[in-house]
Each structure stands twice: as structure tokens, then as C-alpha cells.
Write a protein of this length. Sequence first.
Length: 344
Amino acid sequence: MVALTSAGDAQARRRPPSMAEVAALAGVSAQTVSRVANGRTNVEQATRERVLAAMGTLGYRPNRAARALRSGRSRSIGVLVYTLTSYGSTRTVNGIALEAAKAGYSVTLIPLASPEPADVSAAFETLAEQSVDGAAILLEVQRMTAAEIVLPTDLPVVVVDSGPPTRYPAIDNDQARGARLATEHLLGLGHRNVWHIAGPQASHSAEVRRTTWEKTLRDAGAPVPEVQRGDWSPEAGYAIGSRLAEDPAVTAVFAANDQMALGVLRALHDAGRDVPGDVSVVGFDDMPESASFQPPLTTIHQHFDRIGVECVSALLEEIENGERQDHALVPVELVVRASTAPPA
């Protein structure tokens, strides 16, 4: 015998659970459910977990469109990024996405064809169509000024890995401290000639590391070798490392990132020069693979996850409270491994 159901019964089953039903199951008010659904922080953790459990049991999903109409916010953050091929950019974007999700915000990613002002301005026009509440910009350029790039005046913006702009908070790892620690470490081991493989000249972080390396050597009264210019890749590190390996006077190399340092290690190995017996090598970034290089790489540890947290925190502070934060530098640390030693 086949059971028959009315259209009304079918419609009732299809009706999504309401906020009132979630509140009843969790034993709280509908206002508390609303606070949890909107990512508010003024809810006790135990209560929040009870509400989230009730949402999961009933299959409740907040209506983002209705919520946006009520609040005037989309609860979305835009991220403009020039390149996702670098380790730092990839990890920073990941950190932003994770932290935004914790706060109940989605992320709209807009890749840039170039870091030129016209392309950045065009990307912001695209973001305007997405109705984001704020935006983070990852350009890896030396400087971004309000005069060069046309941005919406009412949109909260933070800038990552760029020279301090005139109007927006800039958040970055402490590049200068990292370069100084790397150079001082090699000098402290007794190396007098510390060579540097820099990143692209247009890169803000590369130029800070290069100028700080040079200043640290001059302050120590050490000679300043000719800077070697790479492009962040292991291939560039290998090509430059092969040239440096031909000079027996080269005993220490500071590469501006771990990928170029990896190329240097391979070039020295292929040339029959021992690391660290003949040449000490230091990188920058502390990629997870760096501890597995042969030998394990001495490097500068950057907190890209912390950059993501700081970005989202600065944006939400302005989005929700109207308060603009100052520029912020995240501390870095020297991680000493087996690729550095006193000169033979």
C-alpha cells in the first residue's frame, strides 16, 4: 500500500528550519542565535557551541542575502594579489582566508595581471561589483601611493608587503630585522665576505632585505660584495650559485628566499664545494621543506599566518567599529640549522 502525502505536507518538509526552531532546540533566545549566525563575539563559548550544534542538527543555514540587506554589509573581504607563485603570497592568502572564515566572512580573490596602478584600479572596480566590505592588497611592490591607484574612498583597505602608502595601514613581516639577523649570523661566525642574492628590484621585501644586508656589512666595517640579482626561483639560485662556486674566496651566501637558497645548495654540491665546510648558506622564509634540504637550511622564519590574522583584524576593526589601525610589523626569527658554520 502506497502512502499518499498532500502538497502541503511536502512543502512543510521542504521548508528550511527557522531561527526560532534553532533557539528552541538550543534553549536560547532568537537574538542569541542571530548573534552566533552573524559572527558576533559577545556570546559565551559554551552557548555558541550549543547554538552551532543545534544549527547542525536541524540543518540551519543563515540567509546571507537577507542578512546583508539588514546590516548593509556583505560579510565578504576582497583580496587582490599580483602573484600566487611565491611562497609568501600563497601562505598569506591562506592565512587571510582562514581568519576571515573564523569571523564569519567569505573571501573574494582577484588575481592581478600586473602590479601596475591601472590594473589595480580596474581590479577594485571588479570588487565594487562584488559588494565587499573591505579589501587586502598583496602586490610585492616597493611602494603603493594613493596618487597612483584609484581606490574607493569609503572602502577599508590594508596593504601587505609594500612600502608604506600614504592612506592605508601596511602590514608586513619585519623584513629589515630578518636581513640583519641573517647577515649578523654569518658575520658572527667569522665570515668577512657575505654575498647576497637579492630578489627582483621591483619587490619591496627584496629591496628591504638588500639595503639592510648592505647597511649591516657597512656598520660592521665589512666589505660589500656586488649584489647578485635573482627572481625568487631555484633556477636563479642555481645559476648564481654556480658562478659564486668558482670563486674560492666566497665562504658565505645570504639568499633572499629559501627557493633561491635551494638552488645555491645544489650548485655548490655540483661544483664539489661543501656546505657548510666551504660555504655557509642562509635563506629567508623558513618554508616547511627547508628543514629537509641537504643540509637543513639556516633561514629566517616569517609568520605568514600572523600576517593573515593582522590583515583581517585591521579590516574588521574599520568595517565594524570605524577605527583605522596603524602600520604593523610582525616579528621574525633566525632559525639556525646545519647549512652555516665558521669558515674553514
